[in-house]
Design a protein around this ligand. Structure first.
Ligand code: AMP
Ligand code: GLY
Length: 425
């Protein structure tokens, strides 16, 4: 098959790597891709949100499947765009339609959905310019910490957790009345603070049936022991030691089943991944958020564990017969450590020459922010390379990634050396 993958991060390199290994994959293009995806397919310099250019390219190259990595094209309706054009309708797009993508694109939409379908989550209320004063009174009625969430997409920055009520009230006004997060914070969700430990579960669905992938945990803070600023993700592990079979059973019964039933009942055209961000409160799972795609860097640890042919699975998703497929996973542990640019998640420089990535044989080197420049590989983003390793134990996987994280060099390189070690004796 001719496959077109949209996106340019570590998630997309991991997906491209896996797709390219399928005997069903004849040609793979990645739009726009990065310095690593060009090793497993062909990069094409089209933005993942330039639908007209993607459509022209898809027709020219006789693309037979489009796989969407990031959320932006989904929220902007790439699935609806291809479905709506007679010349493009025959090309399945793996990802939800715009309505389904609202599970990520609007926090208020997601909360209403969870309430309607009885998915366990934090209690909440939503506010906009018409009822800011009710929002201020609501904050007064709560016990801090207060959780404020911009309704729309805000590049992972739209959630504030505030200890002081007066500060929370000022932030609410700032978000709604002063557009602190632009359009995204015209509406704000205020919700109950949940105290527990977080993990993520990915569900592949054809809109009716579903398959659950192994749980993962990502590490969002830039500093050792989860200190410092939030990032896109500094590393991840899968599976997760505290996520027992019993907890996964609860996730499936209480969260996955009602979510998929809701997707169906709402009439969403959802053929893709549901990312369920969870928190374990006591022994119970509660949903913190939905995303309409795989996580990054969680993909870099979940996809290497998957034995099953991913193209075959996507064909089943597109054809609506996912229930007939069996998913197989390696009985191993996977860990990834993200090498990031000095200064990230604040300001950082690009264009630093990367060395040593070719000599590594016992890790998978998934590129996130890299590009080829004059025959050289250079840094091209905050998150640069995800050093991913499989191992018989979590400790083995972590040790291998850590040793190789040390061996890859570029000016200003930073990475966390403690990812996952809290679970290692
Ligand atoms: P979100 O974008 O909704 O995933 O929120 C970003 C982060 O804020 C989450 O990964 C949690 O660490 C934290 N968070 C969000 N909602 C809550 C909540 N209700 N209680 C505690 N922490 C939360
Ligand atoms: N790792 C968090 C995310 O992909 O949203």
């Amino acid at each position: 098959m001719n496959i077109l993958l949209l996106g340019s991060g570590g998630r997309e390199h991991a997906l491209a790597w896996k797709l390219s290994r399928s005997p069903l994959c004849r040609n793979l293009w990645i739009a726009p891709g990065n310095g690593g995806t060009r090793n497993v397919g062909t990069n094409v310099n089209i933005s993942a949100t330039d639908f007209d250019a993607l459509a022209d390219f898809a027709l020219e190259k006789e693309i037979e499947m489009i796989v969407v990595g990031p959320e932006d094209p989904l929220v902007l309706g790439v699935v609806d765009y291809f479905k709506g054009k007679p010349a493009l309708q025959h090309i399945p797009v793996i990802g939800p339609d715009a309505q389904g993508a609202q599970l990520e694109g609007s926090k208020a939409f997601a909360k209403q959905f969870m309430m309607k379908y009885n998915v366990p989550t934090a209690g909440y209320k939503e506010f906009d310019a018409t009822n800011v004063n009710d929002g201020l009174a609501y904050i007064d009625s709560l016990t801090p910490p207060i959780v404020l969430k911009a309704d729309g997409l805000a590049a992972g920055k739209g959630v504030l957790i505030i200890q002081d009520k007066e500060e929370a009230k000022a932030a609410l006004k700032d978000m709604i009345l002063e557009s602190r997060f632009g359009e995204a914070s015209k509406k704000v969700v205020i919700e109950e603070f949940l105290d527990g430990i977080e993990f993520s579960v990915f569900v592949l669905t054809d809109g009716t049936s579903y398959k659950i992938l192994p749980p993962a945990k990502d590490y969002k803070r830039v500093g050792v022991a989860d200190t410092g600023l939030n990032t896109g993700g500094m590393g991840a592990i899968s599976p997760v030691p505290f996520v027992t079979e019993e907890l996964m059973r609860k996730v499936e019964e209480q969260v996955v089943k009602p979510t998929i039933a809701g997707i169906k009942a709402e009439g969403m055209d959802y053929k893709g991944f549901v990312y369920v961000g969870l928190i374990k409160v006591g022994e119970e799972p509660k949903v913190i958020e939905y995303n309409c795609r795989l996580g990054d860097p969680e993909t870099e640890v979940v996809i290497p564990l998957l034995e099953t042919d991913l193209v075959k699975l996507f064909l089943a998703v597109a054809g609506g017969y996912l229930s007939e497929e069996e998913l197989e996973f390696k009985n191993e542990h996977c860990a990834t450590i993200m090498l990031v640019s000095g200064g990230y998640p604040g300001d950082y420089e690009k264009g630093k020459v990367i060395k040593g990535d070719h000599d590594i044989e016992d890790s998978l080197i998934f590129h996130a922010g890299t590009k080829a420049d004059d025959g050289k590989l250079v840094t091209n983003g905050g998150r640069v390379i995800a050093v991913t390793s499989l191992g018989a134990t979590l400790q083995d996987a972590l040790n291998t990634s850590l040793a190789n994280a040390h061996r890859i060099e570029f000016d200003g390189k930073n990475y966390r050396k403690d990812i996952g070690y809290e679970f290692v004796g």
